[in-house]
Write a protein that binds this ligand. Structure first.
Ligand code: F6R
Length: 259
């Protein structure tokens, strides 16, 4: 696991974009497969990748994208569905074809329909040859995707209840907390671990405790993002504020300085 700490969130976006570009350059097959997080954390990174597209350093015209998660129960086309968010933030600026953007289907009305949609999502990821580079954010409670504390470390895509903390944190995207859906369909932690490279970005003091637990705490379902420790090619790119509770900071900085 590599931990890179940079002065500002703008530096985080730039450096994380380089790590993503490296991973995509190493991708095999016809087109790279990119795993996409939503929320505030990756927006700067997506803007950097859009800059790379404009500069001719990145071509996603043959790429496939897989979202980490989707809310259950929002009407199709609602601006806060993760499909709409990714169409705005990734497909348009990065040139990823909308028909190759896959998002878990949260429109099912029964548990059976949602379970079937989750299984279909796993099948699509496998059919695409797996995810080359998975972009990740982290919840203030340590969630990864929408795998809330208590999630099985080997879980696959499935329906999950959102925690009160997550619904409260995401209320800023809605008219109020009660409008935030109660459930989601999320890739499981086992699904995320199957990606060939993981790139987690985190900025700001509200993420400091979760980052310390994820990177230096025990590998535990109580902090789902701690599965990063289990992955052979995971990089966490943090700003100073998100890194304040790390104990091994000196070691990370020395390692980042190279041989
Ligand atoms: C989003 C996702 C979540 C977010 C996390 C952080 O697809 O899966 O894990 O990455 O909730 O959200 P922000 O970045 O808004 O703080």
């Amino acid at each position: 696991m590599e931990v890179l700490v940079l002065p500002t969130s703008a530096d985080v976006a730039r450096r994380a974009a380089e790590v993503v570009l490296e991973g995509l350059a190493a991708a095999r097959g016809a087109g790279p497969v990119l795993g996409l997080a939503t929320g505030s954390s990756p927006l700067g990174l997506y803007a950097e990748l859009a800059g790379a597209v404009r500069a001719g350093r990145l071509d996603l015209s043959a790429a496939t994208g897989f979202a980490l998660d989707e809310y259950v129960g929002l009407p199709a086309g609602h601006p806060q569905t993760y499909r709409e968010v990714l169409l705005r933030e990734v497909c348009a600026p990065l040139g990823l074809a909308p028909e190759r953007l896959h998002v878990p289907d949260g429109s099912g009305r029964t548990e059976q329909e949602l379970v079937a949609a989750a299984a279909e999502y796993e099948r699509l990821i496998t059919e695409a040859g797996g995810v080359d580079v998975q972009i990740l954010g982290i919840g203030a409670n340590g969630h990864l995707g929408f795998n809330e504390p208590g999630s099985s470390l080997s879980s696959r895509t499935r329906v999950k209840r959102l925690s009160d903390r997550t619904r409260h944190d995401n209320a800023r995207f809605f008219d109020g907390p009660d409008d935030v859906p109660t459930h989601c369909v999320t890739q499981g932690l086992g699904t995320v671990l199957d990606a060939r490279r993981l790139v987690l970005v985190a900025s700001g003091p509200t993420k400091a405790a979760a980052i310390a637990a994820a990177l230096e705490g025990p590998l535990s379902a109580s902090c789902p993002a701690s599965v990063l420790q289990w992955h052979p090619d995971a990089t966490a790119v943090l700003d100073e504020a998100a890194a304040t509770q790390l104990r091994n900071r000196d070691y990370y900085d020395a390692s980042a300085a190279g041989l």
